[in-house]
Ligand binder design. Structure first.
Ligand code: SAH
Length: 347
């Protein structure tokens, strides 16, 4: 019977060293393989030119390498580049390159589809297909970086886990991908340049605080009222604002990292003076920053973006109360760059 081969990008360097020792090879071979698969993204054992045929045959016998490919990309009139990546199963996930002033930010996916169905989000309409493995998450960063170097003549400056899926429902693979993005074996990027965005799975927020993670944390808040937040986001029914706050206080205590609250302004839904006051009250309870996000209209959505007047009033009220707030305009609308929009048309 054929043995099931493991994806080599799912094991650790230590495990690969043990494998080589067990097969009576030198353990330093593992580091050579590691540079090929992470730093150079050479995913064909035959092309690892510093390995001998017997090492290559041994690797081929026991391991496979799952990867993604670029299916297509679209350039928006505002410079945003939307990538569609194809998994081996032919399912599609998306990534975006956002050039902004001196920054080049990659927005990447952690799952194919999503199980959470937040009412305003397009990905929520696509059922969860599966978690991406560390290599598939890393590949998106690798490809977008390659594009950045080729077309903008410089590497990525920032990475945000804000594409499809909920990173904390796939947190082990997300953490592994961050390990390689930051490792000298991989892209050697700084943790400070990485942001993971979550709906707020409180158990995982505490867990990563215990692990002493160093990347930035963004929380999709969207309302500081439990009643409204539960209507917008199902997750609030099991992870409500009190438990969220509790986990964020714990996170800040352990890491000293101020979380960013993301708040998509939806006209007549969460953008009133009362909503802003509730947000101020919530913000005062733990150090934080706020990103107000312009809503990007999703097909068949019941929501509209807030008017300019409502947006300005909302920002002013936060500023008057000394909340650190930034307003993020929607980018890449003409190439469907809002969360999940393009893949929605294909999957
Ligand atoms: N599941 C994670 C990451 C993916 S969504 C999370 O919820 O944080 C990344 C961000 O985009 C979230 O803040 C999400 O609420 C927001 N978003 C989703 N749909 C949007 C839309 N149509 N317009 C603007 N922002 C949207």
């Amino acid at each position: 019977m054929n043995e099931i081969k493991l994806d080599i990008r799912e094991i650790s360097l230590g495990q690969l060293k043990d494998f080589f020792i067990e097969k009576s090879h030198k353990s330093f071979r593992a580091a050579q393989v590691w540079e090929w698969i992470w730093k150079h993204r050479v995913l064909n054992f035959d092309k690892m030119t510093n390995l001998s045929l017997k090492h290559i045959q041994c690797l081929k016998k026991h391991y496979t390498i799952k990867k993604i490919n670029i299916l297509e990309f679209h350039i928006s009139s505002d410079g945003t580049v939307k990538f569609l990546f194809e998994l081996e199963s032919k399912k599609v996930v998306e990534g975006v390159l956002i050039p902004q002033r001196n920054r080049l930010t990659a927005c990447i996916s952690s799952q194919a589809g999503c199980s959470l169905a937040c009412t305003f989000c397009a990905t929520g309409q696509i059922k969860l297909h599966r978690n991406l493995n560390p290599g598939e998450i890393y590949d998106q960063v690798f490809f977008i970086n390659q594009y950045a170097v080729k077309h903008f003549k410089k590497p990525l400056t920032n990475i945000v886990y804000m594409g499809m899926g909920e990173p904390f429902l796939n947190y082990k693979n997300v953490l592994k991908s961050i390990h390689y993005i930051t490792s000298s074996f991989g892209m050697a990027m700084s943790y400070k340049r990485i942001t993971v965005s979550t709906v707020g799975i409180t158990k995982i927020i505490k867990k990563i605080a215990d692990e002493g993670v160093k990347f930035n944390l963004a929380i999709s808040l969207h309302s500081a009222s439990n009643t409204l937040r539960s209507k917008l986001m199902d997750i609030n029914k099991t992870n409500d604002l009190d438990s969220l706050l509790n986990s964020l206080i714990y996170f800040y205590d352990k890491t000293r990292i101020k979380p960013t609250y993301e708040y998509v302004l939806l006209s007549g839904v969460n953008d009133s003076e009362q909503d802003a006051k509730l947000l101020v009250k919530f913000c005062k309870k733990n150090p934080c920053k706020v990103n107000l996000i312009e809503y990007n209209k999703v097909a068949n959505s019941i929501y509209e973006k807030s008017t300019n007047l409502a947006t300005i009033k909302f920002i002013k009220l936060l500023e008057k109360n000394n909340i650190l707030v930034k307003f993020r305009r929607s980018r890449g609308a003409d190439v469907n760059a809002a969360c999940g929009q393009l893949a929605n048309k294909i999957n």
